[in-house]
Design a protein around this ligand. Structure first.
Ligand code: PLP
Length: 406
């Protein structure tokens, strides 16, 4: 596409034609999940209608075609994030499972009183797996604080390293504040201490170019459903030497070399970490989602979303009592806010009545809410198909709601 034509892009999303309470849907809950274009749904349909057979198991044609589709996606993901090898691409159910895999498997290398660094802005998916590990072993979480704009306190991060630090796990982009963390710098700092780093890329992958070799991430996790892809599929990138050292996460079919009651050996990478039948239909459709993003151009998507962010922010700041949480310079297109003393839930519910889908609550980031001294926020988040007109509708709705709430 030479010029960014948002109206043409919207044609690919029948859901955007829906009406909610008689109003045209404005979908601003993209941080939770993005909508899915026709080409991706058709890829799912095509798999079910013409290629459904279990992967890596059969000599018959269908099974080989299904296997090819899965392995073509692995190669496409490798290119997309610039991994060195397809052996470094593990399919999971999503970001959450990818992080659990690392916490559980890499966690075997940790010992009592070892330390893991996370940040206060993490999603529960990047907190609770480490806490579960801390229940198995006496491990301590060290937490990087943020400043008033929602930027990580880098000095505090550097000071948190000790001779007991064994792992760092940090989000690329905060799902509440929108802050884009300087992960290349953070990873370099950790590597000075020989500490590996996992990046939770759930909120970055569809909004910016990710090059795992350039940032030198040891692990990078993301979900397909947040990048115009299918639900139930995610990716864990891991450097080969770590994945080779790590024990399997789950046991079952696909991940074995040979099984005997006296001794079982495990498959080569990446299959060692892929026990059981994967969501091969979803995985095949993920390739279409990546092709779709690349056809539009991730830089063009980012520019469009950034324009929406600036426009929405400036309009929202004119509303009396508006408080925006997360005003970092380097920010993704999502806005968490409260207005005066109004409850986030009331605003979200009334917006829904006006056809506008936003998220309310703690956004699976309760420690961040505690540090901000609030219970929750309203969050509006934008994707490649959102428009300035939708933001106008949203702003007018907010003003109307404020008059209703008095
Ligand atoms: N990490 C972040 C920053 C997220 O925003 C989310 C989901 O919103 C997750 C992890 C979990 O992703 P999933 O539920 O797809 O596993």
């Amino acid at each position: 596409m030479t010029q960014y034509d948002v109206n043409a892009l919207r044609q690919e999303y029948p859901i955007l034609e829906r009406e909610i309470y008689g109003k045209k849907l404005v979908y601003f809950d993209n941080t939770a999940t993005s909508q899915t274009p026709r080409c991706v749904v058709e890829a799912i349909e095509n798999m079910y209608y013409t290629k459904k057979a279990n992967v890596h198991r059969g000599v018959h044609t269908l099974s080989q075609e299904a296997t090819d589709m899965q392995e073509m996606t692995r190669e496409r993901v490798r290119q997309f994030i610039n991994a060195m090898s397809t052996q470094e691409i593990i399919f999971t159910r999503g970001t959450t499972e990818a992080i659990n895999l690392v916490a559980s498997s890499f966690g075997n290398f940790l010992e009592n009183d070892d330390e893991i660094i996370v940040t206060v802005m993490e999603h529960h998916a990047n907190i609770v797996p480490w806490q579960l590990l801390a229940q198995r072993k006496r491990i301590h979480l060290r937490v990087v604080p943020i400043d008033a704009n929602g930027n990580l306190n880098i000095d505090a991060y550097c000071r948190l390293f000790s001779e007991r630090t064994r792992f760092v796990s940090i989000c690329h982009v905060s799902n509440v504040l929108g802050t884009v963390n300087p992960i290349k710098e953070l990873i370099a700092e950790a590597h000075k201490h020989q500490v590996p780093v996992l990046i939770d890329g759930a909120q970055a992958i569809s909004h910016m170019r990710v090059d795992v070799q350039d940032i030198d991430a040891d692990f990078y996790a993301f979900s397909a459903h947040k990048m115009y892809g299918p639900t139930g599929v995610g990716v864990l990138y891991g450097k080969k030497h770590w994945l080779e050292m790590m024990p399997p996460y789950q046991g079952g079919g696909e991940m074995i070399g040979h099984v005997g009651f006296d001794k079982t050996t495990f498959a080569e990478l990446p299959f060692k970490f892929e026990a059981g039948t994967p969501d091969f239909v979803g995985i095949a459709a993920l390739r279409e989602a990546i092709d779709y993003i690349e056809r539009i151009g991730i830089e063009q998507i980012a520019a469009h979303e950034h324009e929406l962010l600036e426009y929405a922010t400036s309009q929202m700041m004119e509303i009396p009592g508006m408080r925006i949480f997360g005003t970092a310079k380097n920010k993704c297109a999502l806005i968490s806010f409260l207005i005066g003393n109004e409850h986030h839930y009331d605003i979200g519910m009334l917006l829904d009545k006006l056809g506008i889908a936003v998220r309310t609550g703690h956004h699976c980031a309760q420690p961040l809410m505690t540090s901000l001294g609030i219970e929750g926020t309203v969050r509006a988040s934008f994707a490649l198909y959102n428009t300035r007109e939708e933001i106008d509708t949203f702003i007018a709705a907010l003003r109307r709601i404020l008059t209703i709430l008095g």
